[in-house]
Design a protein around this ligand. Sequence first.
Ligand code: 13P
Length: 257
Amino acid sequence: MTAIGTSALRSRVIAANWKMNHGPTAARAFMASFAARYAPLPDRDVLIFPPALSLAAAIAGAGERPPVGFGVQNVYWADKGAFTGESSAPMAKDAGADFVLVGHSERRHVFGETDGDTAKKCAAVERAGLTPLLCVGETLEERDRGTTEEVVLRQLRAGLAELDQREATTSILAYEPVWCIGTGRTATPEDASRIHAVIREGLRDLVGDRARDVRILYGGSVTPDNATSLLAAPEVDGLLVGGASLDVESWLSICTA
Ligand code: 13P
């Protein structure tokens, strides 16, 4: 894998968020099939975010030299303790994860995660030596009110608030408009480019010129049919894929788009 976050050329990141799909048996079979057929491409990193309970099986299925990196979809910010049902960043690392999704819209809108929570989670992820993949994105209501830019910039600043400049620039970001997630509606490549540019400008205020090194992924109803045009859009450095990452065929064709 390319060293994450160190390239001024911004190698692509194609990431699968399996959400609450693929238990250990299915995860192992998926990764065995994928690893046998995916020849790693030098210009991109492929990341898989299985459910935490399936992480070990997914890693085992990928074989000795996995052509991908692995992450978890969520952690709690404390390292250990009486937090029933939660997992920590050091535990995720011990289980084989290198990346952690933070602030996914389902965490924010289904589980009530706040901007403050995302700050603590990004900090905990960095403390454990893992890389956060911070998700931002507006709801349809916020979009209709014309507050998209304000919302994504607020989520960006809040999520990175407890990181130093180096940590902020080695993080990965994803713009996932909530109205595009699982709905079959996709932002146009032009729309995505425009908001990605806004996010990069916001990053520039935080970390100066190093903002150009940060990968900003697009997510929301990505499919094999729209992956190529989204990836060709200026400022779109990769994709974060839900539903279309669950099938090996469809995921292979997105990874090679
Ligand atoms: P879909 O690709 O299913 O719309 O999900 C997007 C997403 O939430 C990825 O994190």
